[in-house]
Design a protein around this ligand. Structure first.
Ligand code: S3P
Length: 455
């Protein structure tokens, strides 16, 4: 049996430098599986009755932490080969008390979704994470989950580590999301699984719907009603029997974003990313790049495993500034650092509106993106919750040393910037990249990036 205890990174920080490849980037690549779908596949597989076979699973550290968590709770989770995993579920209500603290590493999605599951299982558990995760707000989930009857003891501000005692007799709730967060929506719906009666989530702004799609795929009874202004009312009938079902995970658009933007901003490039998941709740980046004048083609559009998928081809060319509305933020929330890189290489002003949520990601991405761009000679400002970037259409200066602050997407975005700048860009630590995109450096170097380790 192949070993699934994947080791990523080195014990010491791994600084990396990016400089402009004179010949541009060329080739066709496939990015790892979608992180959101991968977490959910393991979790719902563990709660189903029977055997779930998964292909294309992301084997990044965040998802490996979910595999470990589901095992600690009694499910049998095995790695069969690259991206191929098998889960033997215990059924809703069948989770066992974990023998030790669950360490979720860097993964906010994993921790928050798991808290939802634990909230309605009458067992005690303890969750912690790395310094980044321990600084992130958890009250956004513990507050609604308490209403089911779960009890939480957390640090100041509702931060990890947290002790959870799940409700023995959970009561269903109706909850309106105060922030546009698929993690909060999903935590409430997952808590609703082991709750009698109907659990309802109202989301005034639509967020990614992978939880709803996968619950339907496993046979749960779920109603989704559209609301005015694009929101949704989602009602789950509790205590279904989830039936194990195969899952094919598409390529992660949030990972594809990096080679795609690199292909657009490095002169002379032509890059294709194959098999990218194009769930409409995730494609805000592509709409924004199109508005900026990107040469972006959708090839071989198809449906795979219930999700729309295509090969995306980009060619480098002139980009122009654009006004990105706040309403688009949930559909591209993880893509702003790399969109800001595209904006830095564009001619004119790009305004990215309504980015308050970026402050509570793996790091404060609003500040981190602005500081990093400024360190590379880009005209940038944070105005309230908006990020404003102004480019002259030429190559930005570069030359900055970027602190990645345990944030994979800051690390990757600034490596992409360094491929387009006049002087190289360095990042202080590439190790966080393994949380979502193992193999990033190798894949980019295969396209011609020439990322180089620095001592
Ligand atoms: C995710 C939702 C988003 C996103 C995260 C993954 C998910 O977070 O930033 O990377 O899988 O549900 P929020 O829903 O909190 O915005």
């Amino acid at each position: 049996m192949p070993d699934d205890r994947i080791q990523h990174g080195a014990p010491a920080a791994a600084p990396l430098a990016a400089s402009r490849p004179p010949a541009g980037l060329h080739g066709s690549v496939r990015v790892p599986g979608d992180k959101s779908i991968s977490h959910r596949a393991l979790m719902l597989g563990a709660l189903a009755v029977g055997r779930t076979e998964i292909s294309g699973l992301l084997e990044g550290e965040d998802v490996v932490a979910t595999a470990a968590a589901m095992r600690a709770l009694g499910a049998t989770v095995e790695r069969l080969g690259e991206g191929r995993w098998r889960v033997d579920g215990v059924g809703i209500g069948g989770l066992a008390e974990p023998a030790d603290v669950i360490d979720y590493g860097n993964s906010g999605t994993g921790a928050r979704l798991l808290l939802g599951i634990l909230a309605t299982h009458p067992i005690a558990s303890f969750i912690t994470g790395d310094a980044s995760l321990r600084s992130r707000p958890m009250r956004r989930v513990t507050e609604p989950l308490s209403r089911f009857g779960a009890r939480f003891a957390a640090r100041e501000g509702g931060r990890l580590p947290v002790a959870v005692t799940g409700a023995r007799d959970p009561v269903p709730i109706e909850y309106t999301l105060p922030v546009a967060s698929a993690q909060v929506k999903s935590a409430v719906l997952l808590a609703g699984l082991n709750t009698p009666g109907e659990t309802t989530v109202v989301e005034p702004q639509p967020t990614r719907d992978h939880t709803e799609r996968m619950l339907g795929h496993f046979g749960a009874n779920l109603r989704v009603e559209p609301l005015a202004q694009g929101g949704r009312r989602i009602t789950l009938v509790g205590q279904p029997e989830l039936a194990a079902a195969p899952i094919a995970v598409p390529g992660d658009i949030s990972s594809a974003a990096f080679p795609l933007v690199a292909g657009l901003v490095v002169p002379g490039s032509e890059v294709t990313v194959e098999g990218v998941g194009l769930n409409p709740s995730r494609t805000g980046l592509l709409a924004s790049l199109a508005e900026m004048g990107a040469d972006l083609a959708y090839l071989d559009e198809r449906i795979e495993g219930g999700e729309p998928v295509a090969d995306l081809r980009v060619r480098a060319g002139a980009l122009r500034g654009a006004d990105i509305p706040a309403s688009r933020a949930p559909s591209m929330i993880d893509e702003y650092p790399v969109l800001a890189v595209a904006a830095a290489c564009a001619r004119g002003r790009t305004v990215m509106r309504g980015l308050g949520e970026l402050r509570v990601k793996e790091s404060d991405r609003l500040a981190g993106t602005a500081e990093g761009l400024a360190a590379c000679g880009v005209k940038v400002a944070v105005e309230g919750d908006d990020l404003v970037v102004e480019g002259d259409g030429g190559a930005p200066a570069g030359g900055g040393l970027i602190e990645t602050r345990l944030d994979h997407r800051i690390a990757m975005a600034f490596l992409v910037l360094g491929l387009a700048t006049r002087s190289p860009v360095r990042i202080d630590d590439a190790r966080p990249i393994a949380t979502s995109f193992p193999g990033f450096t190798t894949l980019m170097n295969r396209l011609g990036a020439g990322f180089a380790a620095i001592g």
